[in-house]
Design a protein around this ligand. Sequence first.
Ligand code: NDP
Ligand code: 8X3
Length: 252
Amino acid sequence: MAGIALVTGATSGIGEATALRLADEGYDIIATGRRENRLNTLREKIETKGRKCMVYPLDVRVQSDVQNFANRLPDEWKKIDVLVNNAGLAAGKGPIQEGNLDHWERMIDTNVKGLLYVSKAIIPFMTSRKKGHIINIGSIAGKEVYPGGNVYNGTKHAVDALTRGMRIDLIEYGIRVSQIAPGMVETEFSLVRFDGDQQKADETYHGFDPLLAEDIADAVAYQVTRPPHVNVADMLILPTAQASAIVVKKEE
Ligand code: NDP
Ligand code: 8X3
């Protein structure tokens, strides 16, 4: 058996595709996210693949809930080999002087503090076994900044720095720490960012071929299937039509 993989934000997009792909790679899956009905549908799909799946509704922003989740995992599920810190979002896009405090707090609480809460709760299961692989889903927004991206950019730069810091601190335990930094992936990301405005979300991906969630799941699968002495530390993955955060070749 490949082992056990925990994926946060598995109810949609990259997280859902990653959970399904890691099941194909032979992992049993712990899937979390806030939307319980979607988690149950995902569990059925994973069990159809012949893998075990445990689902746990979880808001990564609530530290006590995250710690309780980790504490309550049955012993056999605590042997987590792969943690994919994927749960995240952008809320809004616009000049900082017009920024919305609720948006800022949601992004910082989820993308930075949530990632830390989950890592803090799960890392002890890895250090005790001197084994594990943590994959943080960053972004091109963590490598570059773009107009109106300010706080989201800041959170993803934090993910980039935290990934490098975790890799240094966990080296003595033989734990691999990697980042995947995608460019534009067509998921529910823009629908969330633009507060449910489907037209604005569709416009984001109009006129070019964006990445699919499965493309990022494929990169996760690549990272976890390397031999134990290989750590693919960082992967920046763009659609062919995207050259930088702001240079995207769109057809009319
Ligand atoms: P989706 O909106 O499709 O998925 C986001 C996932 O995060 C959902 O499963 C959602 O679950 C979960 N999530 C959000 N907030 C919380 C929370 N407070 N607690 C637990 N889970 C939460 O977007 P993507 O799949 O595109 O996004 C996944 C990651 O990829 C994010 O970190 C994003 O920043 C990153 N990314 C996305 C890119 C893109 O272009 N799409 C590009 C680069 C990076 P639920 O709502 O059920 O809780
Ligand atoms: C999501 C990609 O370019 O919208 O992280 O920031 S972008």
